[in-house]
Design a protein around this ligand. Structure first.
Ligand code: ADP
Ligand code: MG
Length: 145
């Protein structure tokens, strides 16, 4: 199933993240794709808010995964951009997160495609400058390997 949502402000993208997290079930895996500055962090912050996480959520710059335990369920925020080899995922014990009791969000998931679970939800954010600076097209697609 594929759904396309259009947003016209950062607040709308934040609210979409919030809504996705409110409806999320433990063990759910989301991947997040989009160019720099497209709104991945905005959406991620919305998701954290939707899980009732109060601490600030930014990009996990120095670690592959940032874990937030204080919300309705654990939130595992991955950014695998700097990963050299998929083996690094084994080293951090990724399976405990992917097949755990929390919500996983994986930025740059295309770099670790071979270890993604059989079912996950792919979120893609795109700009379309012809529709304005603040316009974003957000595609949400259920993926089955
Ligand atoms: P990324 O994490 O993808 O690099 P950020 O979320 O850090 O991007 O930044 C997105 C930027 O785009 C922010 O400055 C935000 O205010 C702006 N922006 C403008 N319109 C939107 C929109 N519709 N959705 C999300 N962000 C938007
Ligand atoms: Mg970001």
């Amino acid at each position: 199933m594929k759904k396309i949502i259009e947003t016209f402000s950062p607040e709308e993208t934040f609210r979409l993240g919030e809504e996705l997290a409110k409806n999320a079930v433990p063990g759910q895996v989301y991947t997040l794709i989009g160019d720099l500055g497209v709104g991945k962090t905005v959406l991620t912050q919305g998701m954290a808010a939707g899980l009732d996480i109060d601490e600030p959520v930014n990009s996990p710059t120095f670690t592959i995964v940032q874990v937030y335990e204080e919300g309705r369920m654990p939130f595992y925020h991955f950014d695998v951009y700097r990963i050299g080899d998929v083996e690094e995922m084994d080293e951090i014990g990724y399976e405990d997160y992917f097949y755990g009791e929390g919500l996983c969000l994986i930025e740059w998931a295309n770099l670790i495609e071979e270890i993604l679970p059989d079912n996950y939800t792919e979120i893609t954010i795109r700009k379309d400058l012809q529709k304005g600076l603040d316009y974003r097209e957000i595609t949400i697609e259920e993926m089955t390997k």
